[in-house]
Every structure is written in structure tokens, then in C-alpha cells.
Design a protein. Structure first.
Ligand code: ZN
Length: 367
């Protein structure tokens, strides 16, 4: 069994993943969503579990952007919840600046580093030397999966060394601008205590989309350093496969999918589900990435606020580029997602669409 739950993380990502059976049930958390979604999203999910079930084999903070990292900071700031961690993957200053390697991001990156140390959580233990950077193997090496308790396998597809170097430069710049020294846990914790949050809304004029026209729009790739540093991977568990692509740059993911395809002598990577990169942004869902994947379920995590995700162009690329009738899975019914809930469109373009049940928040995909 493999279940992927897109928690109600507003404009961000928070994926609660369960695999295994009965007593051997294991859990993975990928991202914590933004801070203001924490109480009703991730925290509520954990609070609903018995204490003995609050063990995460792995927690991953894909990158330092607020809509992924803030909920993790809140979670680690609440040790009374009793969550324990087998390993915690996260590239902090230590890993990005160590000879290789948006506003708020760098500062929050420092908060998370400080909390990981304070709570003595195992950090990047799977990466040699233990505590090293989470990044893909050099192009000359093979992509070897990391095996978790219960047999789940994880093959990293992003970030590359180059993208981490870009993040290092951006991180330094931001900390300089904010007059913060990197890797000073005491200072970061003091600052964290005083920090406050933000809010806002963007509206969307909905009309019936035309997938054929939308999909033709020229692709221009995301070039932001934090997204480029995003951890993305192939998860294999319970006999199922899922691509969890964070906010990664599609070029990096594609290059590494190519390495897997070459080895398997296939033209498309066959998986059961894909969590689309960057909440279905048109700058991250490239036609060439879609062309390398065969999947039934295509997951979009966003409520559409702040950054207007998912872009209709990105959804159209899935609808027109997926090999078989794709199933679009949204964790919110919004103006931007409900335009795809049309029997006429579904019939014409041979796709399916799924939304949270009335009154439910988030979406649980059981594979
Ligand atoms: Zn994001």
C-alpha cells in the first residue's frame, strides 16, 4: 500500500505519505506548507494520530521557500507533539556552502537549521558523509536508491550540484541584505521568537480552457535559485511508484529521469502518480518533462492564492501530453482548478479530474 495525502497547505506543499501494512506502517512527510496553514493542516493531521504513530521514517524539506519550510519550523518548534524522525533531509547553509554548493527563504532556512540542532534530529544521515548535502550523484555515477525502513526506495532526481551553488550565492546575498550571519543557531532562535507572518489574495477570472491552444504556449523555464535547489525524487513503496517533484526545475528532473530511462531502455518512466513541480506552474511543467512520464494520477497542490497556481498552460500540457487518459488530482476546488471539472472537456480531451469531497480538506490518493 502507498497513500499520498496532499494536506490543505494553501498555496504550498505538505505531503503526508503512508506505506506498509498493519504494524509495519511507515510514514514520510514532504514539506510543511506555509506557517498559517499549519494549525488546520499538518498539525491537525498529526494531532489525530496516536502517540505511537507519530514516527516519521523520513521528513523532507525540499527547499527554503516559505510555502514549504514554515510548517516544518512550526512542527519542530512544538516538540510536545512527540513526533520522532528516522532522518530529516534538508539542505541548509552548512550543506550548500560546504565547498560545493526570495525574501524570507534564507532567514527561515537558518531557523530550521537551528531547530534541527536544538532538537537533536538526525539530519541528512543518508548522505555521505552523514550530514552531507542532499543532491544527485555526479553524472558519471549511477543513481542508486536510498532504502528506508519497511523497504521504501527513494531515487533523487534533484537538486544538482550546480543548482545548490546558485542557492548558496542567493542565500549569502539575502543574509547580507538582512544583516544576518549564516549558521548561527542561537541568533536564529532569538530572531524566530520575534518573527510575525503575512497574508493576501489573488483572484482569477475563469473561462472554459482550450487545452490545445494553452499547451502550445512557449515554455520558459523557472530560473529562481531556491526552486532550483528543491529536492525531488522517485519514491517506490508498497509495489507502487510516485514522482514527488517539489518545486524543482524540470530540466534537472528530466536529465535524471533520462539516466533512469537509459538504464531501463525505455522511453517513458512508468509511475503511478506524479506530484507536479511548483504547484503546477507553467515555468516548471514543461512539455518535455511530461513526455518522459507515463502516469495515471497527476497531482496539483495549491489553493491558487499568491502565485495563481496551477497555471492553465501547465494543466493543458498534462492533458495533451500524458500518454493515456490522465487523472488530474487537485487538493482544492478553486476558480483555477474547477475550470477542469467539465464533462464536455473531459470527454473531448480524454482526461479525468478529482477534487476533495464536499466538506473535506486536502486529498488522499490511495494507490
Ligand atoms: Zn512552493
Amino acid at each position: 500500500m502507498l497513500s499520498i495525502e496532499m494536506l490543505p497547505a494553501r498555496h504550498g506543499d505538505s505531503l503526508w505519505i503512508v506505506y506498509g501494512e498493519g504494524r509495519d506502517t511507515q510514514r514520510i512527510l514532504v514539506d510543511g506548507g506555509p506557517g498559517f496553514a499549519y494549525a488546520n493542516g499538518l498539525r491537525a493531521r498529526i494531532a489525530g494520530l496516536k502517540k505511537a504513530q507519530r514516527q516519521l521514517e523520513l521528513a523532507v524539506t525540499t527547499h527554503i521557500d516559505a510555502d514549504h519550510i514554515e510548517g516544518m519550523i512550526r512542527l519542530l518548534g512544538e516538540p510536545a507533539l512527540g513526533v520522532t524522525y528516522g532522518d530529516f533531509w534538508y539542505n541548509a547553509w552548512k550543506q550548500v556552502s560546504n565547498g560545493m554548493m526570495e525574501p524570507f527563504g534564507a532567514k527561515q532556512g537558518e531557523y530550521l537549521s537551528a531547530l534541527l540542532r536544538k532538537n537533536e534530529i538526525p539530519w541528512n544521515q543518508a548522505f555521505a558523509p552523514a550530514g552531507g548535502g542532499v543532491r544527485i550523484a555526479a553524472p558519471t555515477d549511477t543513481l542508486t536508491p536510498i532504502v528506508l525502513p519497511g523497504g521504501a526506495k527513494i531515487t533523487l532526481l534533484s537538486p544538482s550540484r550546480e543548482k545548490l551553488v546558485k542557492l548558496r550565492d542567493a542565500w549569502q546575498k539575502e543574509l547580507d541584505a538582512a544583516d544576518i550571519e549564516p549558521d548561527q543557531p542561537e541568533e536564529a532562535l532569538a530572531r524566530l521568537k520575534k518573527d510575525r507572518k503575512f497574508g493576501g489574495h489573488v483572484s482569477f477570472g475563469a473561462g472554459a480552457p482550450d487545452p490545445a491552444t494553452l499547451a502550445k504556449k512557449t515554455f520558459s523555464e523557472d530560473d529562481t535559485a531556491p526552486n532550483g535547489s528543491s529536492i525531488a525524487f522517485l519514491l517506490e513503496a508498497g509495489g507502487k511508484k510516485a514522482l514527488l517533484l517539489g518545486d524543482a526545475h524540470p530540466g534537472v528532473v528530466e536529465a535524471n529521469i533520462d539516466r533512469l530511462l537509459k538504464k531501463a531502455k525505455k522511453s517513458r518512466l512508468e509511475v503511478d502518480a506524479v506530484k507536479l513541480p511548483h504547484h503546477g506552474s507553467m515555468a516548471n511543467v514543461s512539455p518535455s518533462l511530461i513526455a518522459k512520464i507515463a502516469a495515471e494520477h497527476w497531482l496539483f497542490s495549491s489553493d491558487g492564492t499568491f502565485f495563481d497556481h496551477p497555471d492553465p498552460e501547465a494543466v493543458a500540457r498534462v492533458v495533451t501530453g500524458a500518454p493515456e487518459s490522465p487523472r488530474l488530482v487537485f487538493n482544492y476546488r478553486t476558480a483555477r482548478t474547477s475550470i477542469w471539472d467539465s464533462a464536455a472537456l473531459r470527454k473531448k480531451h480524454k482526461y479525468k479530474s478529482a477534487y476533495p469531497a464536499a466538506g473535506a480538506s486536502g486529498f488522499v490518493l490511495k494507490l
